[in-house]
Design a protein around this ligand. Structure first.
Ligand code: C2E
Ligand code: MG
Ligand code: MG
Length: 647
């Protein structure tokens, strides 16, 4: 008599019921993959019930072997259906395009129909898998049947591999391992006649729930709105479908002042209220929390007029106070930006760039107002992105070049140092000025890799050209404040110098004065201290052009001050600027700084700057920044003018 262990089936039934309760109880992203998750779960449930009922009926001799084989045929079909549903879930989840999805589904349904025919015929003809004297027997079409069942497995894996870039790597592993796990369960069930396949499916269901459909992963705790990860998934899905829709980005203005004035609890409460309000606006499909004080509302409005009338309603609401439990009415303002998809952006990466850029422009130029992204000039953003790509490519391919501009010592009458200046020549964009690409690299963090490459290249240059034996004592290297903000950045600097056997006295680091450097964070201060302790000297770059904070020169361990070229040029155009420069240089001399004049273009400038106390000259009067080989030749030649001056 059949000794089928039904414990796995009972466990499966419990898991399926639990999953369904969770499913209906939780807030779901409006994506079709969620519907397939439910279908997957329900079909496992039905399949297990069929199998359990069949075994119980057969065991209690209510049905005979033929009846049992009829039930098993229904069970087999359901098991096949489950794998097809899983594959369909994969198509949805991996954002397979509508057309491809249609073909893939048709293909799988054809296969399913063939298995259905085999299943229907098996109890009569024994061509598929059937049950005979307490074991599975493979009929003449059994191998074909197994092959057909395997097709959806293979299709699912193939789609996951092809589209793997669409989702996080950890999720790719989960999807693939789920399929493999179920396949192993299938083999175990066939081989050992243990009813374990549905239990395996149920475990897959639990895993998917835990790692993919878990509300904690996509719902913001505070506002109970969908979070940014969820927004990404949803927008990718909408964009992949290619249909027209719009997004309204609502960013609270100066929200930190609300938090400061009314307290964080009230601030949180107000954010919850704004979220709830947006959810209730007619025409809004889904609302996402986008950043801590921004909301993204997706709606199906197609024309700009429709979107405008919707955002007008939202803005009108902001003309009235918001009431939280703990405070009287609070007036808040929001900047609103509208986007039309796919017109403004047709993929998620572009869309996020456009959204961030448009909102930052809206905050600058139309704070508290309504802006339409399509009316903005997005060309600056696009060209920034092009440049960003070029920088990234140059870093990856190690194609950044470093040029050297000699610096002339008035006292020694020779080139005693040089400034290393990075150069970028992109295949498509041509030469790009560092004044353009350095700020972009600073914004996106590429400056870290860029800065390290430049320092490496300078150290290699010092070592390979035996700079010790020339008149050039050290090379000045520009370091961005972003680099100094990296914890333990000093270790990178020291590591690179040691790698190339360069002495600390052969490098001078130039730091530009910026607002966020004044007062310095602990990390910046530690980096500066450790770099100076190691023996590298510091220059304050572009002095006079930026914040010119006296605190800076009084308290930071600079050795050299470099006067900005625009200040130098202005001094020769404007009497007051001339006087300011003269007294600044006198002050810096009294403070015993060494002074470099930047942008020296004429003999007149050089003579005057030397007279008023500048120690070093840098500028086109001497040489532009040139490639390493050219530089080595250039430093051997003292300019004709200097020779005559000294004779
Ligand atoms: P900077 O550090 O102030 O460099 C001096 C800039 O003035 C250089 O521009 C140089 O070519 C230019 N210059 C020097 N003498 C003259 C002159 O007589 N006339 C004129 N018209 N210009 C002169 P460049 O190479 O375009 O670099 C611009 C800025 O980009 C640099 O200003 C620096 O802030 C930044 N930069 C360059 N290389 C690097 C780097 O490797 N790392 C970092 N973080 N920034 C860099
Ligand atoms: Mg510099
Ligand atoms: Mg400078």
């Amino acid at each position: 008599m059949l000794e089928w262990n039904l414990q796995y089936n009972f466990a499966t039934i419990v898991i399926c019921i639990l999953m369904m309760v969770w499913y209906f109880h939780q807030k779901k992203i409006p994506l079709s993959s969620y519907v397939f998750f439910l279908k997957f779960n329900v079909s496992i449930f039905i399949c297990t019930i069929i199998e359990t009922t069949g075994v119980l009926l057969y065991r209690n001799e209510v049905i005979g072997e033929f009846g049992f084989n009829v039930v098993m045929a229904a069970y087999s079909f359901m098991a096949c259906l489950i794998s097809v549903i899983y594959a369909c879930f994969v198509f949805e989840y991996m954002h397979v395009g509508d057309k491809n999805k249609f073909f893939l589904k048709c293909f799988l349904y054809v296969i399913l129909s063939v298995t259905l025919i085999i299943d229907i015929l098996t109890p009569f003809t024994k061509i598929g898998f059937y049950f005979y004297s307490n074991r599975y027997v493979v009929g003449s079409f059994g191998a074909l049947y197994a092959l057909l069942s395997g097709v959806s497995v293979i299709t699912g894996i193939a789609v996951i591999i092809v589209k793997r870039k669409k989702i996080a790597a950890s999720r790719v592993y989960i999807l693939i391992s789920s399929i493999l796990f179920s396949s192993v369960m299938f083999v175990v069930q066939l081989r050992f006649t243990v009813s374990i396949l549905c239990f395996g499916f149920a475990i897959v269901c639990l895993t998917l729930y835990n790692y993919i459909f878990n509300p904690a992963l996509y719902i913001d705790n505070l506002t109970q709105l969908y979070n940014k990860d969820c927004m990404r998934e949803y927008l990718e899905y909408r964009l992949d479908r290619g249909k027209v829709f719009s997004i309204i980005l609502v960013a609270m203005d100066d929200f930190k002042y609300i938090n400061k004035t009314y307290g964080v609890d009230t601030g949180d409460n107000l954010l919850v209220q704004v979220g709830n309000y947006l959810r209730g606006v007619e025409g809004v499909d889904v609302v996402f929390g986008y950043g801590s004080d921004q909301f993204g509302a997706v709606c199906n409005k197609k024309s700009l007029e429709e979107i405008k009338s919707l955002v007008d309603i939202v803005q009108t609401r902001f003309k009235h106070p918001w009431y939280s439990e703990s405070s009287a009415g609070v007036m808040m303002s929001s900047s609103i930006c509208c986007f039309e998809c796919p017109k403004d952006a047709d993929n998620y990466g572009n869309l996020i760039e456009v959204m961030d850029y448009a909102m930052s422009m809206a905050k600058k130029t139309n704070k508290g107002g309504i802006s339409i992204a399509g009316n903005m000039d997005l060309s600056k953003m696009r060209s920034e992105k092009e440049i960003e790509k070029a920088v990234k490519l140059a870093i990856d391919r190690n194609e950044l070049m470093v040029y050297y501009q000699p610096i002339f010592s008035v006292e020694k009458n020779l080139y005693n140092s040089a400034e290393a200046l990075v150069r970028l020549n992109d295949e498509k964009l041509g030469w790009i000025s560092p004044e353009v690409f350095i700020p972009i690299a600073e914004k996106n963090g590429l400056i870290i890799a860029l800065g390290n490459q430049v320092l490496r290249s300078v150290c290699k240059f010092i070592r390979d050209n035996k700079l010790k034996e020339s008149s050039v004592e050290y090379i000045e290297v520009n370091i961005s404040p972003v680099q100094l903000q990296q914890p333990e950045y000093y270790k990178t600097v020291i590591g690179i110098l040691e790698e190339y056997d360069v002495k600390p006295s052969q490098i001078n680091i130039e730091i530009t004065e910026t607002a966020n450097m004044v007062g310095g964070s602990d990390i910046v201060n530690e980096n500066i201290k450790k770099i100076v302790d190691y023996g590298i000297t510091l220059s304050l770059d572009d002095y006079g052009s930026g914040y010119s904070n006296l605190d800076y020169i009084n308290h930071m361990p600079f050795h050299i001050i470099k006067i900005d070229k625009y200040i130098i040029w202005d001094a020769f155009e404007n009497i007051k600027a001339g006087i300011t420069l003269e007294y600044t240089i006198r002050m810096l001399n009294a403070l015993q700084y060494m002074i470099v004049a930047e942008g020296v273009e004429t003999k007149e400038q050089k003579d005057h700057l030397a007279d008023i106390g500048c120690h070093y000259m840098q500028g086109w009067y001497y040489s532009k920044a040139v490639a390493a080989d050219e530089f080595m030749d250039a430093i051997k030649k003292i300019p004709e003018q200097e020779k005559t001056a000294h004779n």
